[in-house]
Design a protein around this ligand. Structure first.
Ligand SMILES: Cc1cc2nc3c(=O)[nH]c(=O)nc-3n(C[C@H](O)[C@H](O)[C@H](O)COP(=O)(O)OP(=O)(O)OC[C@H]3O[C@@H](n4cnc5c(N)ncnc54)[C@H](O)[C@@H]3O)c2cc1C
Length: 355
C-alpha cells in the first residue's frame, strides 16, 4: 500500500447545462449536456458493486446509466496495492482496478456520469432520481452507494492514506508483516482488527480516547489476553508522522493534555463506517446502523429497486463480495424487468421536474 494514489480518469461529460424539461408523459429526455434521461436500469454508485452491475446490465442490453457519485470508483480509489482481488497474481493498484471496471462497463455501452444523486422518488414507476440539477427516470434502480470509513480528519492522515494509514485490516494487514502497528478505536471492530493484525505485526498498540473499551466483554478479553497487544488509554491521535510512509503518531493524553510520540509503521482507523444511505432513507428500510436492508439477496422493499455491496453488507466489506453483489443485482433487475413484460416507461406516469 505504498505508491501514491492517482486520480480517476476523466470521463466525457460535454458541458454543464441543465436537463431539458420532462418529456410529455414520463421519461426524462437527455439534456444537451449528455446528462439526464431515462434508462431501463439506473445504477447509483461506481465502486466494485455498481460497476459490476453496470457490466452485467450493459451486456444484457439494458443500456444502464451509472450515476457514479462523489468518489467515482468507490473506496478502492483511496488505497494502493490490492492483493486479494482474484486474477491479479502480482496485485493491482486500487485506482487502476477501478479504471478497468469502468472501461469494461463503458465498452458494453454503460453511460457513466460523475454526479451525486441528491434526491429520489420511488413512489411510482418510472422511478425518479435527481443529480447535480439533472433529472433521471428509471424502470429499475440498483443502489450501490457503499459505506464510507470514518477518518480522524487530520491532514497528514489523508496525505499518508495508502502509505501506512488504512481503514481495513483485512485488506492491508498483510503489508505489515514483522512491523509495529497502531489501531485507533475502542469498539468491537477495533478489538477485532487489533487481534487480526497480530497475525502479521510484531506489536499492536491500541489507541483509545477513554479509559475503557466499548466493545463486548468477550472481544476485550480476547484482545487483552493477546501478548502482542498493548493499550494506550486516554490517548487521542493529534497528528500522523512520516514523510513517504508512516513513522509514528503524536498523541495527546485526554486527561493531562500531555503530548507524546508513539513510533509505528502503520495506523489503522477502526472508528466506524457511515453507510451512504441518506437519500434513500425515506423510501427504503435501514437497519439500526443505517445500512440498507435486503431480502432474498438483493431485493429492497420496493419492487424494481435492488441493493448491492457495502451499502447493505457490513459483514464482509470486500471488493470481491461487492462485485458479486453487483452481478446478482443486475441479474435480478434484468429478470424483474423481463417479468414486467415491458422495459419501456409506463405511459401516464408523472412528469419530472429538473430540480
Ligand atoms: C483503505 C481501504 C482499503 C481497502 N482495501 C481493500 C482490498 O485490498 N481488497 C478488498 O477486497 N477490499 C478492500 N477494501 C474494501 C473495498 O474497497 C469495499 O468493500 C468495496 O469498495 C465496496 O464496494 P461498493 O461498490 O459496495 O462500495 P464503494 O466502493 O464504497 O462505492 C460506493 C460508490 O457509491 C458512490 N456514492 C455514494 N453516495 C452516492 C450518491 N448519493 N449518489 C451517487 N453515488 C454515490 C460513491 O461515490 C462510490 O462510487 C478497502 C477499503 C478501504 C477503506
Amino acid at each position: 500500500m505504498t505508491p501514491p494514489i492517482t486520480g480517476f480518469p476523466a470521463i466525457s461529460i460535454v458541458d454543464d447545462g441543465t436537463a431539458s424539461a420532462a418529456a410529455a408523459n414520463s421519461a426524462v429526455a437527455t439534456a444537451p449536456s449528455g446528462r439526464g434521461g431515462h434508462a431501463k436500469v439506473v445504477i447509483v454508485g461506481s465502486g466494485p458493486a455498481g460497476l459490476t452491475a453496470a457490466i452485467y446490465a450493459a451486456r444484457a442490453n439494458l443500456e444502464p446509466i451509472v450515476l457514479a457519485g462523489y468518489v467515482p470508483g468507490g473506496q478502492l480509489m483511496i488505497t494502493s496495492d490490492v492483493e486479494n482481488y482474484p486474477g491479479f497474481i502480482d496485485g493491482v493498484q486500487g485506482p487502476e482496478l477501478m479504471d478497468m471496471f469502468r472501461k469494461q462497463a463503458e465498452r458494453f455501452g454503460a453511460r457513466i456520469m460523475d454526479v451525486d444523486v441528491d434526491k429520489v422518488d420511488f413512489s411510482a414507476r418510472p422511478f425518479r432520481l435527481w443529480a447535480d440539477g439533472d433529472a433521471y427516470t428509471a424502470d429499475s434502480v440498483i443502489v450501490a452507494t457503499g459505506a464510507s470509513a470514518l477518518w480522524l480528519g487530520l491532514d497528514n492522515e489523508t496525505r499518508l492514506r495508502g502509505r501506512g494509514v488504512s481503514a481495513c485490516a483485512t485488506c492491508d494487514g498483510f503489508f505489515f508483516r514483522g512491523k509495529k502497528v497502531a489501531v485507533v478505536g475502542g469498539g468491537d471492530t477495533a478489538l477485532e482488527e487489533a487481534t487480526f493484525l497480530t497475525r502479521f505485526a510484531t506489536e499492536v498498540v491500541m489507541l483509545h480516547r477513554r479509559d475503557q473499551f466499548r466493545g463486548s466483554k468477550i472481544m476485550q478479553a480476547r484482545a487483552l489476553a493477546n501478548p502482542k497487544i498493548s493499550v494506550r488509554w486516554n490517548r487521542e491521535v493529534i497528528d500522523v508522522l512520516g514523510e513517504e510512509v508512516v513513522s509514528g503518531v503524536r498523541l495527546r493524553d485526554t486527561e493531562t493534555g500531555q503530548e507524546v510520540v508513539e513510533t509505528t509503521d502503520g495506523l489503522f482507523l477502526a472508528i466506524g463506517y457511515r453507510p451512504n444511505t441518506e437519500v434513500f432513507r425515506d423510501w427504503l428500510e435501514v437497519d439500526e446502523k443505517g445500512y440498507l436492508k435486503v431480502h432474498d439477496e438483493t431485493l429492497s422493499k420496493i419492487d424494481g429497486v435492488f441493493v448491492a455491496g457495502d451499502v447493505h453488507d457490513h459483514r464482509y466489506r470486500q471488493a470481491v463480495t461487492a462485485a458479486a453483489d453487483g452481478c446478482k443485482a443486475a441479474i435480478d433487475a434484468e429478470r424483474w424487468l423481463e417479468a414486467q413484460g415491458s422495459s419501456e416507461p409506463v405511459a401516464g406516469a408523472v412528469a419530472v421536474a429538473t430540480s
